[in-house]
Design a protein around this ligand. Sequence first.
Ligand code: SAH
Ligand code: SF4
Length: 380
Amino acid sequence: MKQNLLDFDAAGLTAWFAGMGEKPFRAKQVLRWLHQFGEDDFEQMSDVARSLRGCLAELAEVRVPQVLRDATAADGTRKWLLDVGNGNAVECVFIPEENRGTLCISTQAGCALDCAFCSTGKQGFNRNLMTGEVIGQLWRAKKALGDFRGAGGGAADRRTAETDLSADRIISNVVLMGMGEPLANFENVVTALHLMLDDNAYGLSRRRVTVSTSGILPAMDRLRDECPVSLAVSLHAPNDALRDRLVPINRKYPLAELMAACRRYLEKSPRDFITFEYVLLDGVNDSEEHARELIRLVRDVPCKFNLIPFNPFPASGFKRSPALRVRRFAEILMQARIITTTRKTRGEDIDAACGQLAGQVRDRTQRREKRTITIAEAAS
Ligand code: SAH
Ligand code: SF4
């Protein structure tokens, strides 16, 4: 198969070009064509030597996941279902707001971590997305929204190469909060992050790129050292007994260690706080006592809270907390001077709300079968 150029960051492309005897500035030129102009036809890369264009056409390609479905919700939220082969599909969502446009992207087909309230987790895990499939979501969305530079670039046309006004872009922020656990696909995700931050590619500031993790500790430390971007941590419970149940990875990396890792992360973070995500589940983790316990837990971690109303899906077994209880929970945190926002649910009419991204995944873990066997064994 031909080499997908979207799998490379600047360092990777430079090394690959060096293997063909090409100079580093050639790699920079091609990187710009790919990621600033959204060009996927080598023949159109006018300042690239004709002989190199011929070479690229022979050895390489620009492989972007194909769109299976493209839906826009009443509130402007737009969701793409993308084919990643072998009957697997992942989702990617654009959320327009007054002062920014956020793209939420996926990092794995499925997820092995099996959080109790997550529809992606319920599908099991199939595979890690390649770098080109992660960055390909940003590429596709920019193409569809007219957010690349150059011909047909729309808003992007008004920018010059010198001004980096992220806020001016249609997609000003990227969050890795779609399907999958980004830090369980570390190498590919970090390569994609390099492209998001690279001034010869997407040129986003570190503050505008957020990785969301359920708390894979060693990978949090690596991210801090290799590519510190904004970090969101999915907390969802104030004590180990409850978190063990809701976020099973907690059995391996319990809360005290997670809090210590958050403090370490902040030593190099582009922001001076961690965002804690907390899904409110009716009667499970949403009492006033839970809120108070939470304040004690995060006492030594500079943080903000983002409360997420649970988005139900068939047979989840959980219910969304009533609005009044959500408000009370937020109030208690804010009284402790913790900045707390409650996430608006967006795109519900197209199943694009947080945690609803389902795509379709072939479950290689065959979790359901395993469960059936356990039950059968217990019964015999
Ligand atoms: N795996 C990463 C990122 C993807 S999930 C993580 O867990 O952080 C992104 C966010 O959606 C997480 O905070 C996750 O807990 C939350 N989420 C999952 N299922 C949800 C649901 N049904 N309703 C609301 N939020 C959900
Ligand atoms: Fe995976 Fe995140 Fe869903 Fe947990 S919440 S199963 S880590 S995608």
